[in-house]
Structures are given as C-alpha cells and as structure tokens.
Design a protein around this ligand. Structure first.
Ligand code: GLC
Length: 617
C-alpha cells in the first residue's frame, strides 16, 4: 500500500489514469499482488526522488506531448571516449554539438561493463555505475542538467534483455544460488537448449555461434542470445521485471530524456518459437510506457527493433495504448543503400509509401547508419519479382559496398559472414560508403566532388523523410573508416569497430574551410539542417508522399503543410537525369534560393534539388 502526502496529487492523478490497466497487465503476467504493491510503492519513491527541475520538465512535456516531433529535432549518436574522452569532456563540447544544430545526443553505452567482454558496452555489469574511466553518476546528472539548460536532450541505452556475466546477479547465479539462477535461463542438460536451437535463429553466427553457453564449473547451460558473456534475463520472474524497472527509473532520474530500449524484441522467450517479438514483449513495453508516464512523463522510449516492417510497427502499440514513442526506420535505411547500389528506387518508394500511410502519431527515427552493421533486411519477395534473388543479391550488395564490384567507389568490410546462410552484413561509415575514402586515397578531385555530393544528397533525403533524423558523430565532417581496431586484440574480431572510430578533432578544425572535404560536408549539412528547421513543411505534422517522376533512379518526396508544397528530388543514379513533374507555378529552389517557374521538366544533376512553393511572399 502506498502512503502519499496530499501534495503528491500529481503522482496520484497519473497513477489513477493508468492503474487499472497496469495492474491488469501485471497480474495477468505475474499474478503476484505483493510484487505489484512493491512496484507501485517504488514508483512513488522514484517520483519523490526526482529533482524539481525534472518534475518541471515533466509538467511542461505533459502539456506538450509532441515536443520530440518538431522539425528542429536533430540527433547525434556518439561514444563518449571517442568524442571527448569522458562525460566531463562532453560537457565542454556542447557548443560544438550546438554548432552542428544537434539538440539530442545519444550517449552510447557508458555503464560499467568488463573490458574486452563488453560488446561495445552492451554487456552491463552495473546499471547504476558509470564506467570509471568515463566518469560518475554525478557527472552524468551534471551533463544532463547542462544539456537541458542549453535546450538539448540526452538519450541513453537501457540494455534490458541481458546483463553481463559480471553483474552481481550473474556472479551469484554462477555460484549456484537458485534465487539468482531463476533470473536467467539455466539448464542442467542440453535437452531443452537443443530444442531451443531448433527454432531460434542466431544473432552473431560467426562471432558468437549458438544461443547457449556451457558453464563447466556449474555444469549448466545458460541462455546467451548475443555473446556468451551476455546472459539473457528471464522476465517470467517478476523480480527481474521489478528490478529492471527500478533501474530504468533510476537512470531516468539522472535527467535522461530518451531511453533506447536495446534489443527489445528478444526480451521474452518461449520454447518452440523464434523467441523474437512474442506477444508478452508488448505487454512488458506497454507496462514500461505507463510506468514512465506515471513517474517521469518527460522521458520517452525509443525501441530498437531491427526487424522487418510488419514486426516493427506493432511496437508503437495502438494510438489508445501506445508502447514506444519512437522506432528506428531500419528497413528504409537498408533499402536506401540497396537503391544506391542498384540505382533503382522502386523498392525504396514502395517502402516509404508504407511508412507514409501510418498514423502521424507514429514517429520514426531516420538514419543512414549507426554503430551497428547494416543488415540486408530487404523485401526479397518483391525483389524476386524484379529478378533479384536473396542470396545472390546480398552478395552483390556486399561486393558493391566493399568496393569489389567494378566501378564501385564504396569501402568497408563484412560482418558476421556466415558461410552457411551466406548472410553477411556490412560495416562502413557513410562517407566511406559514398566514396570519400577511395577518392581521398586516389587523390581524385572529380571523384571526391561526386562523393561529397552523394553524401550530402543522402543526408538531404534523410532530412526529408517523415520522422526525426539522427546523425552519427563524425559523419558531419565526412569521417572515413578507421582500420585501427584491427591492432586491438579486444576489438579485432568485431568489424563494427571499423565505423566506430575516434572523432578527429584535427579534421573537424577544417570544417569552416569551404575548400576542404570536412568543410564542404559540414557546411552543406548545416544549410540543410537550417532549412529543415526553418520551413514549416518539415514539421512531422506535414503529409509526406512519394511523387512519381517517371524515372526509376529518381526518388521524389513531396511534403505538404498548410497548402505549401515541397518537393525533394534525389538522384540515385550516377548520371544527370530528367525528372518529369506534373506541377506548374512558381517555386523556390531551396538549395540556391532561386525563384523558378516549374514547367513540365526539371533537369537534375547528381546533386539534390529541393524546391518549395511560394514560401517567401
Ligand atoms: C543491440 C545493439 C548492438 C548489441 C546488441 C546486444 O542490437 O545495438 O550493438 O550488440 O544490442 O546488446
């Protein structure tokens, strides 16, 4: 039972709004009244512990729940050590981030995690401790506070599917403590693990094959979907759910605005299934959403659902019973690169048409690449109709982007090249994939010009999509692949480090010079970001459509808001093309500022053109 002061009517009101549903879902899942009581009283504790400034943020955002959907939102993801050494270092670089027009920073995993067995920080040993070399919880709270004062938001990962084998629960479980073993999935023989293996696919088939790890000292198998040192948590145990919710609230109370729920489709397991996207996952995410709305409503959930579109969309929940606030637009991202390699935008157009018909409440996070590999999760049923078979097409894409394919300017490496399924994924920075690395190596200015143009075009296209864009730190100055990970024994097996290199401040220093690659990309992006912020057509409330310009290499995105029309025209071929448009009237070319009569035909070069109608009268 909760004892509340009268002054806590805010909490009571929020609780009253959700209690029935929360209780119903919890009891349906766990049937444990006592644990539910503990959950709600802890929620109250975390609410009380929340700083006044955060409560104020909660209040403002409750009044303006669409705060994160505005066209000034621009994210950037960065590793603290790569970017600025540690948490305190990032505080000193906020002005740089502001100059990139970024108002949301995703701090890549920074919680305590064992060196060499960390999966880039995704194996958390302590959810309440920052890795000592990166700082302390106080530093985190100080950073979020400073960001908030500068109108910036902070995002962090909440790795809830598993813990590190060094987490105190795992350590106790390894000693045979049943209470802690029940928080994971343990088996004393291979019978059940063997059955799981029949239906559960592998995430890291070459770097971490199989879904179980044998612990000889305990003579047990433990479920490890990812690396052997990442032990899957058992959410059938209400203690796991409750404790992880307390961790979530604890982190939210450090001033985090966006919680990225890592690997969320995996959090519920059932024998005989793929152990992905099971209905109970949605129950848990829905409960998490309500818990957040009661304790810390300014905090939003970003789901990491790297799945095909029909599996992704349900993570928004329904408009009445929402789950995640935002999801990665992963299929569009992968399809973008496919379009570049094939100079064919048909699939991309089809994919965007699906996204564009979803309710406007559903907000996607758009990106060109992230810290992970690019998996070729394309719609192969459709591609088959156009003569592209899955295995051979994936091979083509990998050959193309690794630069093996004749004429390809891209550079990068494969990831988890599985000889059985032939299902390799790809690693590389945006600039390297666009040809900046190869042109630099060959010192070929003409190629460099094209590479920079392509890099800017892809960013312009990303800014035009419906949703919120997220940059990867370093991409704003066209940073290329970093091969130094190969010299590090702790990293060399994982080619994702190729595109997770240290930020080059020496190169960033050139960003103000228009004759450098860094300057061209930085200033080019700056113009695009400002346009996106200034023009109302970029608001998430705008209607977004694709527009047929009768050329399978040209993608045209139309945005419409309050009678104003915008066309973004993106040439995915390597030649000049003509876009046929059935519009007339006066338009302004947003890239050049020029007023122009839109006739039937619009000549395209390899550089994006963006036009908007009558915006300056
Ligand atoms: C997510 C992360 C990835 C990590 C995995 C396991 O997919 O993005 O980097 O390897 O989760 O935690």
């Amino acid at each position: 039972m909760m004892r509340m002061k009268k002054s806590d009517s805010v909490f009571q009101e929020r609780m009253a709004k959700h209690q029935d549903e929360l209780r119903w879902l919890y009891m349906e899942l766990y049937g444990n009244e006592e644990m539910f009581g503990e959950l709600t009283s802890q929620m109250y504790e975390y609410y009380q512990a929340r700083k006044a400034s955060l409560k104020n943020r909660d209040k403002k955002r409750e009044e303006n729940p669409d705060w994160f959907k505005k066209n000034d939102m621009l994210g950037m993801m960065l590793y603290l050590d790569n970017f600025a050494g540690n948490l305190k270092g990032v505080q000193k670089k906020l002005d740089y981030l502001k100059s990139c027009n970024v108002n949301c920073i995703h701090l890549m995993p920074f919680l305590d995690s064992p060196e060499g067995r960390s999966d880039g920080g995704y194996a958390v040993a302590d959810f309440r401790k920052v890795k000592p070399e990166l700082g302390t919880m106080e530093d985190l709270a100080a950073l979020t506070d400073k960001c908030h004062r500068k109108d910036m938001n902070v995002c962090m990962d909440f790795v809830m599917n598993h813990t590190s084998e060094d987490h105190e629960w795992a350590k106790k479980a390894r000693q045979g403590d049943g209470e802690y073993m029940s928080r994971y999935f343990f088996y004393d023989s291979y019978d059940i693990p063997g059955k799981y293996e029949e239906t559960v696919p592998q995430v890291f088939p070459t770097t971490a094959p199989g879904n179980f790890t044998y612990l000889p000292e305990l003579q047990h198998y433990v479920l490890t979907t990812f690396y052997p040192y990442q032990w899957d948590l058992n959410y059938k145990n209400p203690r796991v759910f409750n404790e992880m919710m307390y961790n979530f609230l604890y982190l939210a109370n450090q001033g985090i605005d966006i919680i990225r729920i890592d690997a969320v489709p995996y959090i519920w397991k059932e024998l005989g299934t793929s152990c992905r996207n099971l209905p109970r996952v949605h129950t848990i995410v829905r409960m998490m959403r309500m818990i957040g709305e009661i304790v810390c409503p300014s905090v939003i959930l970003l789901g990491e659902v790297v799945m095909e579109p029909e599996k992704v969309v349900p993570y928004f929940g329904t408009v009445e019973k929402p789950e995640c606030h935002m999801l990665y637009n992963v299929t569009t991202m992968a399809t973008t690169w496919h379009s570049l390699a094939t100079q064919d935008i048909r699939l991309l157009k089809q994919q965007m048409d699906v996204v564009n018909t979803l309710p406007k409440e559903y907000t996607f996070l758009n990106y060109l690449r992230c810290h992970d590999d690019i998996g070729w999760g394309l719609d192969f049923d459709t591609l088959k109709w156009w003569g592209m078979e899955e295995v051979s097409h994936k091979r083509y894409l990998n050959d193309f982007f690794t630069g093996k394919y004749e004429g390809s300017v891209s550079r990068g490496e494969l990831y988890n090249d599985d000889p059985v399924t032939q299902d390799a994924r790809f690693c590389g920075t945006t600039a390297s994939m666009c040809g900046v690395e190869s042109a630099g190596f060959e010192q070929d200015e003409e190629k460099m010009e094209k590479a920079v143009g392509l890099d800017l075009m892809l960013h312009a296209y990303m800014f035009t999509q419906s949703g919120i864009p997220m940059l990867y730190s370093g991409d704003e100055i066209g940073q290329v692949n970093d091969y130094s990970y190969k010299g590090n024994p702790l990293k060399r097996e994982d080619s994702r480090y190729l595109h997770r290199g240290a930020f080059h401040w020496d190169l960033a220093a050139k960003r103000g010079h228009a004759d450098t690659v860094e300057g061209k990309i930085f200033m080019g992006l700056n113009r695009l970001e400002k346009l996106r912020r200034q023009e109302a057509v970029f608001d998430t409330k705008a209607s977004v459509y694709t527009y047929d310009v009768h050329d399978d290499s040209i993608l045209c995105i139309m945005r419409e808001r309050d009678g104003e029309k915008f066309f973004g025209i993106f040439n995915f071929s390597s030649q000049d093309r003509t876009a046929w448009m059935q519009e007339d009237g006066e338009y302004r070319n947003l890239m050049t500022g020029e007023k122009m009569e839109m006739k039937d035909v619009f000549r395209m070069s390899g550089i994006p053109a963006a036009v908007s109608k009558d915006v300056f009268e």
